[in-house]
Design a protein around this ligand. Structure first.
Ligand SMILES: C[S@@+](CC[C@H](N)C(=O)[O-])C[C@H]1O[C@@H](n2cnc3c(N)ncnc32)[C@H](O)[C@@H]1O
Length: 199
């Protein structure tokens, strides 16, 4: 069973990026970096069969599949990861400039989040939207077990995509981990814990 997290950011803007002020100078790229690290890492190894698709409104879609990276050289903290991700975004059309970037194996696509969701729906993946006001996630574990692949759409710091008209129109089940609002990266860790414990 593969687990894929989808996260979209409309705010990431690296035109004035400065590592000394990561959150403020990047439109909260830090939130995205924490989510990628939360999805791919499992203590001292990469998580198996967990991918994360990052939809950046200003730069395109970046697909992180741990099978394509070398764990030893992969940036494991938020600052280092963000620095390499900015370098990747700025030089995404130049293989030469990316030869020393440990993120160079990221797949880059122009597909938007709705287009990608339609594709996975056709592939019979079970798709759920993570929403504080959704249905209790535990009532859906039977569905989780019976599917070859799960997709969880998660909001960034503002959560705006979660309530967007386009996403609501696709009528995916909204699931909740309770009324408390967690950081997106914490939600990813909690989902992995629950699924690994219950599947
Ligand atoms: C930091 S929260 C978003 C901010 C929050 N919605 C707000 O309005 O301040 C990031 C995302 O994590 C997910 N999330 C946070 N807490 C959750 C919960 N208790 N159950 C399900 N998803 C949750 C949602 O997808 C949310 O959009």
């Amino acid at each position: 069973m593969s687990i894929i997290f989808f996260i979209k950011s409309t705010s990431v803007d690296i035109s004035k990026y400065n590592i000394k002020d990561l959150p403020g100078s990047s439109g909260r790229l830090d939130v995205i970096s924490r989510c990628v690290l939360a999805a791919l890492s499992n203590k001292d190894i990469f998580e198996k069969k967990v991918h994360i698709w990052v939809f950046l409104e200003n730069y395109g879609t970046f697909i992180f599949d741990s099978e394509r990276f070398e764990y030893d050289i992969f940036p494991k903290n938020e600052l280092l990861f963000s620095n390499y991700f900015v370098n990747l975004i700025r030089n995404r059309d130049s293989i030469i400039k990316l030869k020393d970037n440990p993120l160079r194996a990221v797949q880059i696509s122009k597909i938007d989040i709705i287009g990608a969701l339609k594709q996975f729906k056709e592939l019979n993946y079970a798709i759920f939207v993570l929403n504080e006001s959704g249905e209790d996630i535990f009532t859906h574990f039977k569905e989780f077990r019976s599917n070859k692949g799960l997709i969880f759409v998660i909001g960034s710091q503002s959560g705006d995509v979660i309530n967007s008209k386009d996403l609501s129109a696709m009528n995916f089940t909204n699931v909740s981990l309770g009324t408390q609002s967690y950081l997106a990266s914490s939600v990813i860790r909690l989902i992995k814990l629950y699924l690994i414990a219950n599947l």
